[in-house]
Design a protein around this ligand. Structure first.
Ligand code: NDP
Ligand code: MG
Length: 382
């Protein structure tokens, strides 16, 4: 039986992960969960899954939660996640925390040689080589949960080194793929993703194509492939989850209906596979699969992410921090949709990329980038 800790259990990925674990019977055992603010939901999950200890990162929520649970069963703050991982005897940590806050838990798990099923793409975007080097040093594996990367991971595994020439990430194109003018986009419109049902920030990031930019950087680090060998193609049906081009002219693709339980199950059961209650792909009823170039004029976030990835060092950390600030401001109705890339571009322009030597460097840059991005919000309203 594999023991699993799920971080971010109250989120979109977290809830689906618990469903997958429940369905796995004796093969997977949930030994810990973490949430940030939704502590009541976390308590329901703990009770439903027989989990004794939970970490609640928001201090106020942790206090309220601790008042309701047996002494010592609620671990508070980021240190609570560290303690949860260390004391649970877990074999695998599924990191489904959103945003830069996910980096710390990834470092904690990998440092202890614990495998990480990684939904939190920001860990690799921000942490980059420091994270992959840490995994190599400790012998822990990073198994991607992101659907495109799960697809690539599965496709690449069966190939010998040197045969994969190019990776192609597919993108749904988001809700505004066919909308010429993005001024006046409302929060509601941006939250209506055509094919995937996800948390708030990643849904907005999918509407700006920023998410695909994060995934480009994630793929670069995960598979050690240079940026010029990673393409993005828009595929509105989200049936092809990614593909690889091989040296003999063959291209391999991974297909299926868009359902995150599939890559979550793959990562949790790896190297085995388990049944997932999803319909078998019926290509005749899907009818047609279409593909088109991403429009970098209307969606500059993808260009900005590629540039930041190529610049390397702390640039992706700045990119991510600025986006988190801008997306929060957009969701709060404080800036228009089109200001998101503007805030990111201005922040990147002001903070030159340096090579981080320690994770502390990244935390410092993250804080600086957030402060700088916030200073641009006011101007962005005009
Ligand atoms: P959600 O917003 O639905 O959930 C986020 C989870 O993280 C919640 O459990 C939340 O707790 C917790 N959380 C929020 N802030 C903090 C913090 N500061 N410290 C610790 N925990 C925190 O996000 P998603 O599930 O959509 O996404 C999670 C990650 O997975 C992201 O990195 C995303 O990019 C990635 N991903 C998601 C996909 C999807 O389909 N949703 C697909 C591929 C990747 P609470 O709710 O209690 O406040
Ligand atoms: Mg994805």
């Amino acid at each position: 039986m594999k023991k699993v800790v799920v971080l971010g259990s109250t989120g979109s990925i977290g809830e689906q992960a618990l469903e997958v674990i429940q369905a796995a019977g004796d093969e997977l055992q949930l030994v810990g969960i973490s949430a940030h603010s939704r502590w009541e939901r976390a308590c329901e999950q703990a009770d439903a899954h027989g989990v004794e200890r939970l970490a609640i990162t928001d201090p106020g929520a942790a206090e309220r939660c601790a008042a309701q649970r047996p002494a010592g069963s609620v671990l508070a703050g980021e240190a609570g996640i560290t303690e949860l991982i260390a004391s649970s005897g877990t074999d695998l940590v599924l990191n489904a925390v959103t945003g830069a806050a996910g980096l710390g838990p990834t470092i904690v798990a990998l440092s202890q040689g614990i495998d990480v099923a990684l939904a939190n793409k920001e860990s690799l975007v921000i942490g980059g080589e420091l994270v992959t080097t840490l995994a190599e040093a400790s012998g822990a594996s990073i198994i991607p949960v992101d659907s495109e990367h799960s697809a690539l991971f599965q496709l690449i595994r069966s190939e010998r080194p040197g045969t994969v020439e190019k990776l192609v990430l597919t993108a749904s194109g988001g809700p505004f793929r066919e909308r010429a003018d993005l001024t006046g986009v409302t929060v509601e419109e941006a939250l209506a993703h055509p094919t995937w049902d996800m948390g708030g920030r990643i849904t907005i990031d999918s509407a700006t194509l920023f998410n695909k930019g994060l995934e480009l950087i994630e793929a670069h680090h995960l598979f050690g492939v240079p940026y010029d060998a990673i393409d993005v193609v828009v595929h509105p049906q989200s049936i092809v989850h990614s593909l690889v081009h091989l040296n003999d002219g063959a291209s391999l693709a991974h297909l299926g209906y868009p359902d995150m339980r599939v890559p979550i199950s793959y990562a949790l059961h790896f190297p085995e596979r388990a049944d997932v209650p999803v319909p078998t792909l019926d290509l005749a009823s899907v009818g047609s699969l279409t593909f088109e170039e991403p429009d970098l004029e209307r969606f500059p976030c993808l260009r900005l992410a590629r540039e930041a990835g190529e610049a390397g060092g702390t640039a992706p950390c700045v990119l991510n921090a600025a986006d988190e600030v801008a997306v929060e401001a957009f969701l709060g109705g404080r800036i228009p949709f089109t200001a998101i890339p503007e805030v990111i571009e201005r922040t990147l322009a002001e903070i030159p990329a340096v090579v981080p030597t320690h994770f502390e460097d990244l935390y410092a840059v993250d804080a600086e980038a957030r402060e700088r991005a916030r200073s641009f919000l006011e101007g962005a309203v005009a």
